[in-house]
Design a protein around this ligand. Structure first.
Ligand code: AMP
Ligand code: ZN
Length: 114
């Protein structure tokens, strides 16, 4: 999508602190971290949000969660735990309109969220 920040990051047009990349997704550190470990995982293909997912995206979403688990093991936070969050729409707190999964770890995270 022409004017999408995360499409530009996925295409390498805007730099990011990359953690992992394959043919369908990119993981990179959040520019404004909310925990000692805070990275984002995005599909390279533009999808507006989790609300726009289709049945045919099931494999992609499963792959994203598998990569998140692998990365958390590599970063040494799998045992202490982590949180995966995808914000949807205005009330959900979504500020970038390209599906992304926040991964937060490295401290005890409060529940419920604010
Ligand atoms: P959300 O508010 O759930 O849509 O999350 C968007 C996230 O993208 C926020 O946590 C921002 O800090 C993060 N963000 C915005 N611009 C960038 C960027 N250029 N590189 C990395 N993370 C970014
Ligand atoms: Zn996009």
């Amino acid at each position: 999508m022409a004017d999408c920040l995360f499409c530009k990051i996925a295409a390498g047009e805007i730099p990011s602190k990359k953690l992992f990349e394959d043919e369908c997704l990119l993981a990179f550190y959040d520019i404004d971290p909310q925990a000692p470990v805070h990275f984002l995982v995005i599909p390279k293909r533009h999808i507006d949000s989790a609300a726009a997912l289709k049945e045919t995206d099931a494999e992609l979403v499963g792959h994203i969660y598998t990569v998140i688990a692998d990365l958390c093991r590599q970063l040494g936070v799998a045992d202490s735990g982590y949180r995966v969050v995808t914000n949807v729409g205005e009330d959900g707190g979504q500020s970038v309109g390209h599906l992304h999964f926040h991964v937060l770890a490295g401290r005890s995270l409060a529940w419920p969220p604010g």
